[in-house]
Design a protein around this ligand. Structure first.
Ligand code: ADP
Ligand code: MG
Length: 464
């Protein structure tokens, strides 16, 4: 048996999974999982919600089993449990050490660069054609296009800078693809990979290979250059690489999370070289661009999403396109698993914790009760009373359904909110509406009208 704890084993497996699945899938489904136990045969993984556990079970069990078996060196079966107590260190780990560029599993393992050694992989989805252009990234895109069509002749180096998840890596890969199409050799590497290669080359006395690899290409794409800060020896290595390529008119493209002038622990001579060509930044996209990006992604994913749901996502994730994508992936999976058409109501339950803290506030049971009462024109007192006339019964059943669906209140709590009813009565009302809703257009209409008014009331009453 392994001497590592289940959590340590799972950490190792997560590291492995991180490079096998796409970034949104990792962020949505795997990041917050924990290793709970291992009895020699069965490995139990904790997921933050029953929905996440079901998704992992349905979609990822075999990949996870294979990965864990590899980490443990023996065949393992996996089980998923709900574990609400999240390990935030997973998030910290992510933030401190951004992983290598993540690729979908179907991506070929490597492309060959001109000198025959395996080049770092490009994500096939990151192309110039799939990049949505708006006011926030126009200049960077135009520069990338220019560089891609005439490498080494226009802006050299091209220095792209932007915050996290705004498309830097996408543009670097896109330039790589365009170069390959022209028959040019390229090399894409993060500055961490450059560092590792540099150190390994020195340790194994293979500096010539290192030099050939980095200086023998037509287009060098270096991502996240900020990680070279404070590493003087590596900066020196990069300085010579840069000069060599630049002197022979080969293209260098650099991505960074800040302008070069803010790279405080970078040698002046490098910083000034970064300014030789063109620096272009990308800002957070405006609402219109975010919507266009969502529409394009939904189309690629073959998802049909109503406009009000796209609006909700676009409004809720203003800072990073990666977050927009993550939300879209999660909703797609949710719709798929629950076999429900996509509605605003479903988006709120599907996105749940992702929206918390981003969106103004989530609806509370009191919001649901207030809007149900207003729609049926009855008082909250009547709603929780024992009255059984048609109108009160109907309003009560709808309130129960919406309390469960929108605020995820338990049956027991709903019972006590509505005048101390027992949970079987509550369950009956909930299942009655859930079934009639699918076949009866009036019920459907009432539910969606009240849901809309709940979300609108929450929005308008939220602190800015
Ligand atoms: P960064 O490297 O700046 O952190 P990425 O290039 O990894 O960000 O982008 C994050 C995600 O958002 C990627 O999946 C990328 O395809 C997508 N993305 C970013 N900008 C755009 C855009 N303008 N159009 C389409 N997708 C984009
Ligand atoms: Mg990146």
């Amino acid at each position: 048996m392994s001497s590592r704890t289940p959590d340590q084993v799972w950490e190792a497996a997560l590291g492995n999974l991180e490079i096998q699945v796409s970034r949104p899938i990792y962020a949505t489904w795997l990041k917050d999982t924990v290793g709970l136990s291992f009895d020699g045969n069965e490995f139990v993984i904790g997921a933050p919600s029953s929905f996440a556990a079901a998704w992992l079970e349905k979609r990822m069990a075999s990949l996870i089993e294979a990965t864990l078996s590899q980490v443990l060196g023996r065949p393992v079966a996996v089980q998923f449990r709900v574990q609400t107590d999240r390990k935030t260190h997973n998030e910290a780990r992510q933030a401190d050490h951004p992983g290598p560029e993540l690729l979908p599993p179907e991506t070929p393992a490597s492309h060959s660069s001109a000198n025959g050694s395996p080049a770092f992989r490009l994500n096939p989805r990151y192309t110039l054609a799939s990049f949505v252009v708006g006011g926030s990234n126009q200049l960077a895109f135009a520069a990338a296009q220019a560089v891609a069509s005439r490498p080494g002749e226009t802006y050299n180096p091209l220095f792209l800078y932007a915050g996290v998840g705004l498309g830097k890596t996408h543009l670097l890969h896109a330039i790589g693809h365009a170069s390959a199409q022209k028959g040019l050799s390229y090399l894409y590497a993060s500055s961490e990979q450059f560092t590792n290669d540099f150190i390994t080359a020195i340790q194994t006395r293979r500096t010539r290979e290192f030099r050939d690899r980095y200086r023998g290409v037509d287009v060098l794409l270096i991502d996240d250059i900020q990680f070279l800060q404070g590493k003087e020896a590596i900066q020196e290595g990069f300085f010579h690489t840069f000069n060599d390529l630049h002197n022979s008119n080969r293209q260098i493209v650099i991505a960074c999370d800040r302008p070069s002038s803010s790279l405080s622990h970078m040698e002046d001579r490098l910083r000034s070289r970064f300014q030789w060509g063109l620096s272009a930044d990308m800002q957070t996209p405006d609402l219109e661009t975010r919507l266009a990006i969502l529409q394009a992604k939904a189309c690629t994913l073959n998802l049909s999403i109503p406009k009000n749901v796209l609006d909700l996502i676009a409004e809720s994730f203003p800072c990073s396109i990666r977050d927009l994508e993550g939300a879209l992936h999660r909703l797609g999976a949710y719709a798929d698993l629950t076999s429900q058409p996509m509605t605003l109501e479903m988006a709120y339950s599907g996105l749940g914790d992702l929206l918390q803290g981003r969106h103004e506030r989530v609806p509370l049971p009191s919001d649901v009760i207030a809007q149900v009462c207003s729609f049926y024109d009855i008082s909250p007192l009547t709603l929780s009373s024992k009255r059984r006339d048609r109108a009160s019964t109907r309003a009560r059943q709808v309130a129960i359904y919406l309390l469960r669906e929108i605020t995820q209140t338990s049956l027991k709590e709903i019972g006590s909110l509505l005048g101390g009813r027992d949970h079987t009565t509550v369950r009956y009302a909930w299942s009655k509406i859930s079934t009639t809703k699918d076949s009866d257009p009036t019920t459907q209409h009432e539910i969606s009208t009240i849901s809309e008014s709940i979300f609108t009331s929450v929005k308008s009453s939220s602190p800015l």
